[in-house]
Design a protein. Structure first.
Ligand code: NMX
Ligand code: MLT
Length: 436
């Protein structure tokens, strides 16, 4: 029945020794070379980051501490009447590397429930923001503002030793995760429900069910979808924009609230987390223009071609690392097949999956023609009545916090220094090439 803090402290102690030895022995081993094209190409493929929590394989997709999505679905603790992993358990897994017991997972749920309440100043700030300010801007502001009571910040200024920093970062991470559903639900109710609804935690429920309830829903199948959603988006190695931004900011020893506030701003970009909003918007426009909720394949093909011709990307398709269909897409697709197989927009998502890859494959410049997670998440939320597309990325943001806050704790435990890669001017690169 060991608790999270003591399990983690043990793991950190042994990893500190193991990794110190590893770097001492192999610190000079080369992993690759950097080409000039990579400097101009978003650093694609440059092996440069440490991420202990998950590993992304271009063909297989993500593994969380070595466990694939189906393995997590099989082995992780579930809610009483659910089949999907509890995100609280994923937090335990990402932090410690071990699959928790049901009892250990419940300890996380209980702690998050106990710490969920928002300070009055955060509530007031959210209640006074303009309703037409994007939910992601509101989300990032609320997360940033929580740094007023950061334990890490306080510890840093009171002279706590560097070796102890991770403990205070962990406390901030737990506090933040506990409060995220409350923040997110308040934003939703303020924008779409005139501020009405509950913000009280039901201590008998898990994190996802409480979030669903605070959003104003009571369907247990929707709660199950939230568990799946919040599990799937939790981590995607550390090179993606939201994780890398969070790491970069935290490497300056900014506290976890500041770091994740910045990460959320990156997640809000249309090429990253905002794509789930864009997908449903694009599908809605297609349905309107073609005059059908589930248009035939040839019409969908024409619409896709038209989108590409107008210079837009097909949202939900392609990926900087993946070279096959995202297994997160497959997990969401399996959920759709099980619970809403006849829903017309779900059927259209299936048609799009049939039509888009061959078209993108024929455009040589596109490295990955396959669907990513964002191609499927929105349609499921919509089916259960969460129809406000502009809000979708907030769910992604609640989930991604699990991974990046675990990573901050590890980076502090391993005392990874401030990130500061070298940059060049184009003239300096030309001079370098001439001198060779
Ligand atoms: N539709 C049309 N064109 C595309 C697509 C797509 N789905 N994906 C890539 N391309 C283009 C891309 O814009 C680039 O064109 P150009 O050289 O003219 O600038 C070219 O193909 C080469 O891009 P890649 O090297 O294949 O992809 P890259 O690694 O640069 O970008 C994404 C990855 C994900 C940003 C890109 O595939 C994309 O814009 N997809 C649509 C948006 C999306 O679904 N984003 C969500 C990603 C997942 N997430 O959750 O964050
Ligand atoms: C993510 O989950 O962060 C996205 O798939 C983007 C990425 O990995 O680059």
């Amino acid at each position: 029945k060991a608790d999270l803090r003591s399990v983690l402290a043990e793991k950190i102690k042994s990893e500190q020794e193991r990794l110190k030895k590893f770097v001492k022995e192999h610190g000079n081993t080369k992993l690759g070379e950097v080409k000039i094209s990579q400097i101009y190409g978003g650093m694609r493929g440059i092996p440069a980051l440490l991420c202990e929590t998950s590993l992304l394989d271009p063909n297989e997709g993500i593994r969380f501490r070595g466990f694939s999505i189906p393995e997590c679905q099989k082995q992780m603790p579930k809610a009483e009447c659910g089949d999907e992993p509890l995100p609280e358990g994923i937090f335990w897994l990402l932090l410690t590397g071990n699959i928790p017991t049901a009892e250990q997972t419940k300890m996380v749920t209980d702690e998050w429930n106990a710490k969920a309440a928002l300070p009055d100043y955060v509530k007031k700030m959210l209640d006074n923001l303009p309703k037409d300010l994007h939910p992601m801007s509101q989300f990032s502001m609320a997360v940033t503002s929580l740094n007023k009571d950061s334990k890490f910040l306080k510890a840093y200024h009171s002279g706590v030793k560097r070796a102890e920093f991770w403990k205070y970062s962990l406390e901030d991470g737990i506090t933040l995760l506990a409060k995220l559903p409350n923040i997110a639900a308040r934003i939703y109710r303020n924008i779409y429900r005139d501020g009405k609804g509950c913000d009280e935690i039901d201590k008998k429920l898990d994190w996802s069910a409480n979030y669903g309830r605070m959003l104003g829903f009571d369907d247990p199948f929707f709660f199950e979808l939230l568990r799946l959603y919040l599990f799937l988006h939790s981590d995607h190695d550390s090179g993606n924009v939201s994780s890398h931004t969070t790491h970069l900011v935290a490497s300056a020893l900014s506290d976890p609230f500041l770091a994740y506030g910045a990460g959320l701003s990156g997640l809000a970009g249309p090429l990253h987390g905002l794509a789930n909003q864009e997908v449903l918007d694009w599908i809605g426009k297609m349905q309107k223009e073609l005059g059908s909720k589930n248009p035939p394949e040839d019409k969908v093909k024409e619409y896709v071609q038209k989108t590409l011709k107008s210079g837009h990307v097909i949202p939900g398709y392609g990926h900087a690392v993946l070279r096959k269909t995202d297994p997160r897409y497959m997990a969401l697709q399996a959920f759709g097949e099980r619970y809403l197989p006849k829903y017309e927009t779900y059927l259209l998502v299936k048609t799009i999956y049939k039509v888009v890859p061959p078209i993108l494959k024929s455009m040589q410049k596109i490295k990955n023609p396959w669907a990513n997670v964002d191609a499927h998440s929105g349609v499921l939320l919509r089916y259960y009545g969460l129809k406000e597309m502009e809000y979708y990325t907030v769910l992604f943001g609640i989930s991604r916090a699990i991974g990046v806050l675990s990573s901050i704790t590890w980076h502090r435990a391993l005392q990874i220094p401030i990130e500061r890669p070298k940059s060049f001017t184009s003239d300096a690169l030309m001079k370098f090439v001439k001198g060779k």
